[in-house]
Ligand binder design. Structure first.
Ligand SMILES: [Zn+2]
Length: 223
């Protein structure tokens, strides 16, 4: 928690400095910027029972219980998303994972509420595997899994009851992560690898894509 507070202060200080130096447009440090959050226009979802690479159907985003794991108003970029390549390819248990490419130390929040089922946060950033991660049991036989936090980068403990939008921790690059990002996946029956992942949709994403694209820019809207 100390680390998180410190990171928050650092981010705040950095944003303050940026706002003071806005006359320098060539600054090459790119932050995830938080603007006034727009309201979602769910009627823009073009939903027609899209299927994932293993034939499972994406649920209609209009009724999705999942929101972007960053605050409304956040601009963000995706890395690998569903059924793409590398470990997100069809042959891997992580075929339905999303990579959110955000700076190391970015706060991330619960995409959906439940009870914290598992926390690991004792691994250094150089180790392999999943690194440090946190799991939410959604209490309907599905689990939300969030990977790659830095050591001591999880803000909750096992057994905590979590609401959608509650702080879970900060992002990092522990485990199999070539660069800092949040790897998020929803599974059914169990959260231990090799898990049975399911396709999900987000109800508060702009542009309103049913299947979130890889290496694309999005914004989180109000929910
Ligand atoms: Zn990933």
């Amino acid at each position: 928690m100390k680390t998180i507070r410190f990171r928050f202060l650092l981010t705040f200080a950095a944003l303050f400095l940026l706002s003071c130096s806005s006359t320098n447009p060539s600054a090459d440090v790119v932050f995830s910027t938080v603007n006034i959050a727009p309201d979602c226009n769910n009627s823009t979802f073009n939903y027609s029972n899209e299927k994932g690479c293993d034939g499972k159907t994406y649920p209609n985003p209009v009724h999705s219980p999942y929101v972007i794991p960053f605050p409304p108003g956040t601009n963000f970029k995706t890395g690998l998303t569903n059924c793409s390549s590398s470990y997100h390819g069809v042959q891997y248990p992580d075929r339905y994972a999303f990579d959110f490419n955000v700076n190391e130390g970015t706060n991330f929040y619960a995409s959906r509420g439940g009870v914290i089922a598992y926390v690991k946060e004792d691994q250094s950033s150089q180790g392999g595997g999943s690194g440090n991660w946190v799991v939410i049991n959604h209490l309907d036989n599905t689990f939300g899994i969030y990977l790659h936090s830095p050591k001591n980068g999880i803000a909750v403990k096992e057994g905590d009851t979590i609401q959608k939008g509650d702080l879970l921790g900060i992002t990092g690059r522990s485990g199999l992560a070539g660069y800092p990002h949040l790897h998020f996946i929803v599974t059914q029956n169990d959260y231990r690898w090799p898990y049975d992942a399911i396709p999900i949709t987000f109800k508060n994403i702009i542009p309103a894509d049913v299947i979130v694209k890889s290496y694309s820019s999005y914004k989180a809207c109000n929910y």
